[in-house]
Design a protein around this ligand. Structure first.
Ligand code: G1P
Length: 297
């Protein structure tokens, strides 16, 4: 019987320099989309996929993240006294059961592969998920839940994938497709951030992975790749030659690159419009903005 995916790694050690000065004192993952920090979207997606253990790979200056998932006794008692039941309910989603969450430190920024490797002692001999919180995915069924379902059929290693424009392809891990079966593709090659004219396709890796323990073993070698960093892509690509069990999965949903300012703003607008309490006022404002712009042209 195939083992269930119950553990997920969240690499959150990055400096977030693209969002300075904000990230001088707050972790990027705590920046808010509407009223929830980025990391909450990732956690909710993982929970919806059946993840029970959440492993954060952090670094210096990320203590706000640890506090965010802890109880806040003073705040909660103040809300209780005021009878604010709805706000207490909102806070519940941020609490993690004791032992469900673990933090490991990455003490040097050596790349995504290295960050994932830092969690090696917390995993057993079972498949595990990796979620990059910068990639926010709005979907009816959580992207990771879609992958867990597809992975139950394929086994092996699976990465979320999406077609991206040619001028953006060199920012991603890119798949060389062996067989295209629709939502699932089998992969015969995988390359991290290739120059545009060397990219094997326009199918890019998006930050959701279900991986075999063997990928973690491959990371033990600590080989550096693109940009001089230890790349997760390379450790997965090794499995193509060794086990021929790497798949891409075209998810159903809209992905936002919240590692970039433009992507973050797009996500803010989309998630804002999705809120019942904001929709009318916000869409009226956007409508006005568009007519003003049209008038000025
Ligand atoms: C990482 C991965 C890359 C993937 C991307 C998706 O790159 O290394 O393979 O395509 O996430 O967002 P980063 O954006 O951290 O440079």
């Amino acid at each position: 019987m195939k083992k269930r995916v119950t553990k997920a790694i969240f690499p959150v050690a990055g400096l977030g320099t693209r969002f300075l000065p904000a990230t001088k004192s707050i972790p990027k993952e705590i920046m808010t989309l509407v009223d929830r920090p980025l990391i909450q979207y990732a956690i909710d997606e993982a929970r919806a996929a059946g993840i029970k253990e959440f492993i954060f790979v952090t670094s210096r200056g990320k203590s706000a993240l640890e506090d965010y998932f802890d109880t806040a006794p003073e705040l909660e008692s103040a809300l209780r006294k005021k009878g604010k039941k709805d706000l207490l309910e909102t806070l519940k989603h941020t609490n993690m059961d004791s032992g469900a969450i673990a933090y490991v430190r990455q003490n040097k920024p050596l790349g995504l592969g290295h960050a994932v490797w830092c969690a090696r002692r917390l995993l057993g001999n079972e498949p595990f998920a990796v979620i990059l919180p910068d990639d926010v995915i709005a979907a009816e069924t959580s992207c990771l839940a879609q992958m867990v379902e597809a992975h139950a059929e394929t086994g092996g290693n699976m990465v979320a994938a999406m077609e991206v424009p040619a001028d953006k392809i060199s920012s991603y891990g890119v798949l060389d497709v062996k067989e295209d079966m629709g939502s699932v593709v089998s992969v015969k090659g995988m390359v991290e951030k290739p120059p545009r004219d060397e990219a094997p396709s326009n199918l890019a890796v998006i930050g959701r992975y279900i991986l075999t323990p063997q990928v973690m073993n491959n990371l033990n070698e600590k080989k550096s790749g693109a940009g001089g960093e230890i790349q997760l892509t390379d450790a997965i690509a090794r499995e193509i030659a060794e086990s021929d069990n790497v798949y891409g999965f075209r998810f159903r949903g809209q992905r936002f690159d919240c590692g970039s300012k433009a992507g973050f703003l797009q996500a803010t607008v989309t998630f804002g419009l999705a809120r019942d309490e904001l929709r009318d006022e916000f869409s009226a404002y956007l409508g006005e903005l568009v007519s003003l712009q049209n008038a000025a042209e």
